[in-house]
Design a binder for this molecule. Structure first.
Ligand code: HEM
Length: 363
């Protein structure tokens, strides 16, 4: 007689527990009564499932970005001892690529949330009080792991989230704050790029090439019949301000940050050189990460606006106005995006003194 098959799918994934989690706790005057209640409205299920789906993906993001940070942040060691971060660039890139895909999926999920009519949401919204996205501890962990600091947040309402968290949640955030961030790991890795060996005096040579580009732009503006003298003067001042920004980018920061900025410009400019290709792909995935986080924030605000308009949030913020300000100002890898402002057309780039250095070794 054949034995009945042992059910494995359900127990392995703990489906029963997962599917029992769509019953919210009952709140009385803002406190959980310890009881679970029935859903108030048909659409409350969508609201719960979508938040739970987000939280599951936040868990995966923390899992993957944590490993990417660990691999990228390894201190440089002799090759005999362990693999150095440089050799693991393809794996780090894969982890960041997956995280970027998750962020894309999360951004797209807001279209499902938007099928929630305002009137249906209002039927159960008051029961959520005081719950708010403010209290998503995993999202705060994600921001901290990325490298967002409290001083980068909107002071007051944007830094007040800790008041709303439990002791255990606060301890999780403290642990995150004590760890290296993805940004610190990425900048330490960038700052290790042997720029001086690849291109002696790169900063000066690059700024000269940039000046050459601006001289040509100014000559173009002076011949442009559509520009009056005022507009020409304004354009020239803007170019000068851009050059000053480039100089400050390369010279006015902490020396390790200046080295990282220099490496960013070198790797991006000469990305077709064999040995710079992987570093470039990694940097591009970091920039995509920054861009995807911003798109996520921006998409959340538009969904919120569509569902509740401009009313005050359940967490007490100004709602859409607050979220728009967050989406506009919160940046983690803002200076890498700024670096893109300074990239030159390859035809204007000075040649690498010894490009043999950057080609794959001939077998
Ligand atoms: C009907 C759906 C939603 C509405 C009306 C809504 C509304 C809001 C509002 C008004 C805030 C500002 C804080 C406050 O005063 O409460 C907020 C913050 C937040 N929401 Fe949502 N939200 C919705 C869905 C979601 C979903 C699905 C997620 C995904 C997990 C989410 C994640 C967050 C996060 C992380 C914050 C904190 C943002 C920050 O402080 O930087 N929200 N939400």
């Amino acid at each position: 007689m054949t034995q009945p098959a042992t059910p494995a799918y359900g127990p392995y994934l703990r489906i029963d527990e997962l599917l029992a989690c769509q019953k919210p706790p009952a709140f009385e005057r803002g406190f959980s009564s310890g009881e679970y209640r029935e859903l108030i409205h048909h659409d409350e299920m969508l609201f719960i499932v979508i938040h739970q789906a987000f939280e599951l993906w936040f868990k995966q993001l923390l899992h993957d970005l944590g490993l990417a940070r660990d691999l990228l942040g390894q201190p440089e060691k002799p090759e005999s001892e362990r693999k150095v971060a440089e050799e693991q660039v393809p794996q780090i890139t894969e982890l960041l690529g997956r995280s970027n895909e998750i962020l894309r999926l999360l951004t797209d999920q807001f279209t499902i949330l938007e099928t929630l009519p305002t009137t249906h949401f209002l039927a159960f919204r008051d029961q959520l009080l005081p719950a708010s996205g403010f209290q998503s501890v995993q999202f705060r962990e994600f921001e901290i792991l990325g490298g967002l600091k409290d001083e980068d947040r909107i002071q007051g309402i944007g830094t007040d989230y800790e008041r709303l968290l439990s002791k255990e949640e606060l301890a999780r955030l403290e642990r995150r704050r004590s760890e290296m961030t993805l940004k610190e790991a990425a900048f330490a890795w960038l700052a290790r790029t042997p720029v001086a060996k690849i291109f002696p005096d790169f900063s000066r040579v690059f700024q000269d090439a940039y000046l050459g580009y601006h001289r040509d732009m100014e000559a173009f503006h002076s011949r442009n019949p559509n520009l009056g003298s005022e507009a020409r003067k304004a354009a020239s001042e803007r170019l000068e301000a851009d050059r000053e920004r480039l100089r400050a980018y390369l010279e006015d920061h902490d020396p390790a940050v200046c080295r990282a900025h220099e490496a960013f410009l070198l790797i991006t400019s000469y990305r077709d050189e064999s040995l710079l290709r992987w570093p470039y792909v990694l940097l591009d995935s970091v920039i995509e990460f920054e861009s995807r986080v911003r798109l996520f924030r921006a998409r959340h605000v538009r969904a919120v606006e569509r569902i509740i308009g401009a009313r005050v949030g359940t967490g007490g913020s100004a709602g859409v106005d607050y979220l728009d300000e967050v989406a506009r100002t919160y940046k983690i890898f803002g200076d890498l995006l700024e670096g893109r402002t300074h990239i030159l057309d390859p035809g204007r780039l000075p040649p690498i003194p010894d490009s043999e250095l950057l080609s794959f070794r001939q077998l």
